[in-house]
Design a protein around this ligand. Structure first.
Ligand SMILES: *Cc1c(COP(=O)(O)O)cnc(C)c1O
Length: 229
């Protein structure tokens, strides 16, 4: 296994320039994050609230912390002061709480809606039709302290590349549908606080497929930092 620094530079060489790399550092110690930071990486992804809070305190303040895991409503308040992007909003209830905490802090918190496209029962997220119905409801327009920037998804956990590609393609089409129907009016953004430009899909084993199917933000952990404990 090569160092995080070498891995990051290899991955970056394969990514088109418009694709952002989130280095998923969950379960890895602060020293490894610091090494990646020293190599120029600034965006890190975590999926546990307490771990992200501790790392945020211990590491350089210009790191952009992305929360990529399932977020419990009662824990939003701990990350709201500093989180740069919340990837996995999977209910109106959670979005409302993020809006509330952001409002208290006078912040606008960027978020992504998580869409469930995998052929598995266990994953969180809105089904595509549920998300369309939610967008149609317009409830989200009441939330003035969030910026809904786009979609996040995970593909089916399989070696079948066709299936993975299909999952990403469904997310990509949903992104475009929402873009066409709700995000712009007369060429102007009509999302609250602007946005609708982020497509977060692709992990260590499937990110090249994700990039071929619309991703502009990949979340890569084990390929950079090695296997997690
Ligand atoms: C852990 C995790 C990743 C990174 O997974 P790797 O296979 O280690 O690249 C990406 N996205 C989410 C939501 C995760 O929980």
């Amino acid at each position: 296994m090569e160092s995080p620094k070498e891995q990051i530079s290899k991955i970056k060489q394969t990514l088109p320039p418009e694709v952002k790399l989130v280095a998923v550092s969950k379960y890895h110690p602060a020293e490894m994050i610091q090494e990646a930071y020293d190599a120029g990486q600034r965006i890190f992804g975590e999926s546990h609230v307490q771990e992200m809070v501790q790392k945020h305190e211990a590491l350089p303040q210009d790191i952009e912390w992305h929360f990529i895991g399932h977020l419990q409503t009662n824990k939003v308040k701990y990350i709201a002061p500093f989180v740069s992007l919340i990837h996995a909003v999977d209910s109106d209830h959670l979005l409302r709480e993020i809006d509330k905490q952001a409002g208290r802090l006078g912040r606008i918190i960027p978020v992504l809606m998580q869409v469930h496209v995998a052929q598995e029962e266990t994953k969180f997220g809105f089904l595509p039709d549920e998300l369309l119905a939610y967008m149609q409801s317009g409830v989200w327009r009441e939330y003035r302290n969030v910026s809904i920037r786009g979609l996040m998804c995970m593909a089916t956990n399989t070696d079948d590349e066709v299936r993975i590609a299909n999952d990403f393609e469904r997310a990509n089409q949903l992104f475009n549908t929402i873009n066409g129907q709700w995000s712009t009016v007369n060429g102007q953004s009509s999302m609250v606080n602007g946005g609708w430009d982020i497509r977060s899909w692709g992990m260590s084993h499937d990110y090249p497929i994700a990039v071929r199917h619309g991703s502009n933000m990949v979340r890569i952990g084990s390929l950079i930092f090695g296997e997690r404990e």
